[in-house]
Design a protein around this ligand. Structure first.
Ligand SMILES: Nc1ncnc2c1ncn2[C@@H]1O[C@H](COP(=O)(O)OP(=O)(O)OP(=O)(O)O)[C@@H](O)[C@H]1O
Ligand SMILES: [Mg+2]
Length: 266
């Protein structure tokens, strides 16, 4: 506990980039952090320096019921990682059906992972609805919907407002105030980007968790298979990520100091 899910109705908005780098920011704040890749694209690992050729992982092997502890990688950043694992289209479709048929296949290991009260668990999900997201959302302390600061983001706000993209059974999560929006790729020098960000901020109010600047440093960090706070700690994006991590800590439910060195203690 707690579980923080990165999701979005739209692809390519920066979910994986945010999940990896926020995990790193929380780790730097002294948290024990596990990131889990639920996306068959299997790209979360690249932010942590796992070689392209390394196809080992957790979700891809779920039907074999692996012990997550045996699959988890201790990365150089200190963040623990459960890569998705390499899988082809047929395998991904089969896995999705297996989770739909037997939700316990995923629910049981997730309960085991979340039973560790001092562990912050971050989930990166594929774009749009999925059986995995449907199953995970009710377990989450926070669902972070990532949007780009562009013309489509304003149009997607109602989709996020009514929770449709999260699938069934998650309206409760919305009303409990567990859904937040993170605006990514904000370019303060571009009129359209600024206008989109202002529209989203006006509509969402406090449900907007924060914004991260569009910056070369973000893409460069991925190209180098490194994390932004590691490679460009003085960039605007790095500052934004630290700020978002502080917002996440403030939004988390209180956990006793004895279990976690102080969620909300600062
Ligand atoms: N703030 C940013 N500034 C510049 N480039 C960015 C920023 N955020 C993300 N990117 C780039 O945008 C691309 C897409 O990012 P990412 O893979 O994280 O999106 P995603 O939402 O996880 O995609 P998918 O829906 O396919 O899972 C990457 O090349 C990434 O480096
Ligand atoms: Mg992704």
């Amino acid at each position: 506990m707690p579980l923080i899910i990165f999701a979005s109705p739209k692809g390519g908005v920066g979910k994986t980039t945010m999940a990896a780098n926020i995990a790193d920011a929380l780790r730097r704040n002294g948290r024990r952090v596990l990131v889990i890749d639920f996306d068959p694209q299997n790209t979360l690992r690249l932010h942590f320096g796992v070689p392209l050729s390394d196809g080992a992982g957790f979700l891809a092997n779920l039907p074999k019921r692996p012990d997550w502890r045996n699959v988890a990688r201790q990365t150089a950043s200190g963040v623990m990682l459960l890569p998705h694992g390499a899988i082809d289209i047929r395998g991904a479709l089969g896995l999705s059906s297996a989770i739909e048929r037997d939700p316990e296949l995923l629910a049981a290991p997730m309960r085991a992972i979340l039973a560790d009260p001092g562990l912050v668990v971050i989930a990166d999900t594929p774009p749009g609805p999925s059986h995995a997201l449907n199953l995970l959302a009710p377990m989450a302390s926070l669902v972070i919907a990532v949007l780009l600061a562009d013309a489509t983001s304003a149009a997607l706000v109602p989709e996020i407002d009514n929770g449709r993209f999260l699938g069934q059974g998650t309206m409760a999560a919305l009303f409990a105030g567990r859904l937040r929006v993170l605006l990514n790729g904000v370019d303060p020098n571009a009129r359209l980007s600024r206008a989109a960000a202002e529209t989203v901020a006006r509509h969402l109010g406090p449900r907007l968790l924060g914004a991260v600047a569009r910056e070369e440093a973000v893409a460069e960090a991925l190209a180098a298979q490194r994390l932004i706070l590691d490679i460009s700690p003085n960039s605007q994006a790095a500052e934004d990520l630290r700020e978002v991590a502080r917002g996440i800590e403030a939004a988390m439910p209180a956990v006793p100091d004895t279990l976690q060195q102080g969620w909300g203690a600062r």
